[in-house]
Design a protein around this ligand. Structure first.
Ligand SMILES: [Zn+2]
Ligand SMILES: [Zn+2]
Length: 227
């Protein structure tokens, strides 16, 4: 996926060439995915599990970190990047839980570049030009319209995204399960107690002037939550 000159020069660099050879010496010539022997060492691909970008390429804890590099064969590498018609099944995840339960951090830690993420707060920010925690009521119908359009895209697997992540409260069990069924989504619960959510709100910098509003959101979520 080396489109940028800076990424091309990284792959040509001495640091990378040496690291790749060193890893081949240490790990041998078996593909780490399919376990097939790769006869010619020039065919062993050093694949970065975090896709390199011009922004992260100089962070050597990403680009030159053996723990983030896999030695794999050509076929497995194509599958990994979903190239040349190897489009594997798209996975859809519905991340739910109370406000302040860490849903967006969970997604940030598990998503890959090229995934699609649907988050009402971020959609609000995109069209209101306000910080994500300030959501004017009058824009709700427009924001929910975009949100529903994206959910429709995901439902029909329209587009070239990798996996999809839908973030929301989804306190009501019936609505949650129906949406998950509709989308063919796997449910992931950010299971954090009301006390802990309120404690996080107490020390949250972004929401420090909106504690009343957000503690109401938290309490309302727990009142309406059905397991
Ligand atoms: Zn392989
Ligand atoms: Zn790769």
């Amino acid at each position: 996926m080396a489109k940028h000159a800076i990424i091309k020069s990284f792959y040509a660099s001495e640091e990378w060439t040496n690291l790749r050879l060193q890893l081949i010496n240490e790990r041998g010539n078996r593909c780490e995915h399919c376990k097939e022997i790769i006869p010619k060492s020039k065919d062993i691909i050093g694949h970065h599990t975090i896709e390199l970008t011009p922004e992260n390429i100089n962070d050597y804890s990403i680009s030159l970190n053996p723990e983030r590099i896999e030695l794999i064969c050509f076929d497995c590498h194509n599958k990994e990047h979903k190239r040349f018609g190897y489009q594997s099944e798209k996975e859809v995840f519905l991340i739910y839980g109370p406000p302040m339960s860490g849903k967006s951090s969970y997604v940030r830690n598990h998503m890959k570049r090229g995934d699609i993420v649907v988050d009402m707060d971020q959609l609000y920010a995109a069209v209101s030009y306000l910080p994500y925690y300030d959501k004017p009521d009058n824009l709700f119908s427009n924001v929910i319209g975009i949100h529903n359009l994206l959910l429709d895209n995901i439902k029909t697997r329209l587009g070239k995204w990798g996996n999809a992540w839908i973030i929301g409260g989804y306190a009501d069990k019936y609505k949650r399960n129906r949406l998950a069924d509709d989308l063919g989504a796997e449910l992931i619960f950010c299971n954090v107690s009301q006390e802990e959510c309120l404690r996080r709100l107490e020390i949250d910098e972004d929401r420090k002037y909106r504690k009343d509003e957000w503690s109401k959101y938290i309490i309302r979520w727990f009142e309406t939550y059905t397991e």
